[in-house]
Design a protein around this ligand. Structure first.
Ligand SMILES: Nc1nc2c(ncn2[C@@H]2O[C@H](COP(=O)(O)OP(=O)(O)OP(=O)(O)O)[C@@H](O)[C@H]2O)c(=O)[nH]1
Length: 336
């Protein structure tokens, strides 16, 4: 039986960063990776910087109903390819979107007639952002579900958080899921993973899925719960043809998140900057703008800047207009 590790955590909490580190560990050398991203344009597979046959990008969307089928299909396909000797793997890691409820995926593993004889729950690893999680658990049901499902919690961004933020979130984690061991992301990989495996799985099967409008359910017919706080989460993307002035861009993003960070859960992008050959990856999470990083090379395709926003209650057009006004770039369009 092949263990399937579910890597979950709210938008921008550091899943891809952690996955990148986990994959450097010898114990993960034989891992196949499934990535499910919320957003019109998937960027994580580029940011992960490991593109091979064992990395599968699932279609955009919530991982529950619509994509639950896709997870099952992707696992079945990996299994068939392994059986015919095309690929080899000894574990699977699924990185879910930051808006996903992890329980339906766990249920798929135990309920699917074929998968359940090949795959087994290998544990739920949940990243929790020490800077932003207190706000997120108060407003987003998914953030709480991800923590309740955790067998191990990895507290990220403790280097950016104040001691008060860290003790506040630690106290909340203890209340939400006292059974999960919590570690910080600055530890080495063997320590983060030490003794990791499913401990709370029995509980997961009895938990009800909490819907969001973005999860792909037909809410009128499935009878799922519906939370007002979950209304209106949207994703949109901008594609920019011309090279971008970094100072202008950085100022614009900082001001935007300063003003609207409560409602902009996530911004990420790959940018073509003036005077730079290599692309720059940028990340914003609520009010926080992370330090930009150079990527090694451009992904295949045209060298255009791409920005993805996941937000609530803000019009995409307002963001596009503000970007154009601030940067002076005319060739800015919403991604097809
Ligand atoms: N300083 C610091 N930055 C971190 C840490 N973990 C993640 N980040 C940064 O946080 C930003 C978002 O990290 P990702 O790994 O892309 O987060 P994610 O959960 O995969 O994001 P989504 O897939 O969009 O939900 C990036 O700029 C990371 O470099 C950490 O422990 N410390």
């Amino acid at each position: 039986m092949t263990p399937v590790v579910l890597l979950t955590g709210f938008l921008g909490s550091g899943k891809t960063t952690l996955l990148q580190r986990l994959l450097t560990d010898a114990s993960m050398a034989g891992a196949a990776v499934l990535i499910n991203e919320f957003g019109e344009v998937g960027l994580d597979h580029h940011l992960l910087d490991r593109i091979d046959d064992n990395v599968v990008l699932l279609k955009s969307g919530c991982i529950c109903c619509t994509v639950r089928g896709e997870v099952a299909d992707a696992l079945s396909k990996l299994n068939t390819m392994r059986a015919s000797g095309d690929i080899a793997f000894d574990r699977v890691v699924i990185e879910t979107t930051g808006l996903a409820d992890p329980y339906p995926v766990l249920q798929t593993l135990t309920a699917h007639p074929v998968l359940r004889s090949h795959f087994v729950n290998g544990g739920v690893l949940t990243t929790v952002d020490a800077v932003n999680a207190s706000l997120q658990v108060e407003h987003r049901a998914e953030a709480v579900r991800q923590i309740t499902a955790a067998d191990r919690i990895v507290l990220t961004k403790t280097d950016l958080a104040t001691p008060e933020q860290i003790s506040d979130i630690r106290a909340r984690l203890l209340r939400i899921n006292p059974a999960a061991r919590s570690v910080t992301s600055d530890l080495d990989v063997p320590t983060i993973l030490g003794g990791f495996g499913p401990a709370t799985f029995a509980d997961t099967l009895s938990s009800d899925h909490v819907c969001t409008p973005t999860c792909g359910h037909d809410h009128h017919h499935h009878g799922h719960h519906h939370h007002d706080a979950d209304l209106d989460v949207t994703s949109f993307s901008l594609v920019i043809d011309g090279a971008i002035d970094w100072t202008m861009f950085g100022t614009w993003l900082t001001l935007l998140l300063h003003k609207h960070g409560d409602r902009i859960f996530r911004v990420k992008g790959i940018l073509a900057l003036e005077g730079e050959d290599r692309p720059i990856a940028i990340h914003g999470v609520q009010h926080l703008v992370h330090a930009p990083t150079h990527m090694d090379h451009w992904p295949a395709g045209p060298r255009q800047s791409r920005l993805v926003f996941i937000m609530e209650g803000i019009s995409p057009d307002a963001i596009r207009r503000s970007f154009t006004a601030f940067t002076g770039l005319a060739d800015v369009r919403a991604a097809a």
